[in-house]
Design a protein around this ligand. Structure first.
Ligand code: SIN
Length: 294
């Protein structure tokens, strides 16, 4: 049976209706989901009830799972599953990462040479208010850019630094292992990519990690990035998701950024996430190079 979908809000997100992700989906359904994902970077599945193995198995339909450099956020049960939560264990240690604060517009893994650009978030416990997550469609943003900005980004590469990302985190999330430091040197990625399925061009951005533009002086690079972030995050390109328990959101970081609103630290929020290596045949996957030493 073909998948049934409905619009959520604009074209950024699309809801897939009536599928139980813990059941085998069949090749036709998986192909349809892959095709849908090329056109809508955020896919929404409501009312799911998944074990960590089921979550990982569903995610792996789209590509191999990444164990991210944040091994401290990994589930002790299934390490490919990360815990995004403000909850603490009996010794008052965080059980996962990203706490309760605001998280600015970013693209997961942008600081990696070969980013795993697929991501999935599954909501298990939610605060009564706050904690919404917003996505911006960077292909729609690129299409809307004035010609002057399109010319300014053509052939340009931005410099992405995990050190900048860490500085924006709260508390212990700022601390990473020596192995994680070694795996996250400053790198460059092209600012513009073409989607291999739709042929649409898209910006590749991350306000929490970009520190400049390769080959531009600091002030000019910062000014161009500021202008791009201001333009790309206009409300017409943004989808805001108000979570319900049981929601699963699958998104493509190759042509989106997302941000999270803060919530009351005294409230409980528990999300489980996976990170997926997507193929260059079907997705925008930036190919990074090491940034030149300053
Ligand atoms: C993230 O930025 O990956 C987490 C988003 C969220 O907690 O809603």
């Amino acid at each position: 049976m073909p998948i049934e979908t409905r619009p959520v809000d604009g074209s950024v997100a699309r809801e897939v209706v009536g599928r139980r992700l813990w059941e085998p989906l069949g090749d036709q359904t998986i192909d349809e989901l892959r095709a849908l994902w090329a056109h809508h970077p955020v896919l929404v599945f409501r009312r799911q009830a998944l074990s960590e193995d089921e979550l990982a198995d569903f995610s792996a339909l789209f590509g191999p799972l990444e164990r991210t450099v944040r091994t401290d956020w990994a589930s002790p049960v299934r390490p490919e599953v990360g815990l995004i939560s403000n909850l603490k264990d009996a010794q008052a240690r965080p059980i996962g990462g990203l706490g309760d604060g605001e998280i600015q517009w970013h693209s997961d893994q942008s600081y990696m040479l070969n980013p795993a650009t697929g991501a999935l978030l599954y909501a298990l416990e939610l605060p009564p208010e706050g904690g919404a997550t917003l996505w911006v469609d960077l292909s729609a943003a690129y299409a809307g850019l004035p010609d002057r900005l399109k010319r300014a980004v053509e052939g340009r590469r931005a410099i992405f630094s995990y050190v900048k990302r860490l500085a924006g985190y709260q508390g212990v999330d700022r601390v990473i292992s020596e192995d994680a430091k070694r795996k996250t040197p400053p790198i460059v990625h092209p600012l513009v990519h073409t989607h291999p399925v739709t042929g649409r061009q898209a910006l590749y951005l991350d306000s929490t990690t970009t520190i400049g533009i390769d080959g531009m002086d600091d002030a000019s690079g910062a000014a161009l990035l500021d202008e791009l972030y201001e333009f790309a995050t206009r409300p017409e390109f943004v989808y805001q998701h108000h979570w319900q328990v049981g929601d699963v959101l699958l998104w493509d970081n190759g042509f989106t950024m997302h941000r999270r609103e803060p919530f009351d630290p005294a409230a409980r929020r528990l999300m489980k996430r996976t990170t997926i290596f997507l193929s260059r045949e079907r997705h925008i996957v930036p190919e990074g190079s090491l940034a030149a030493a300053a």
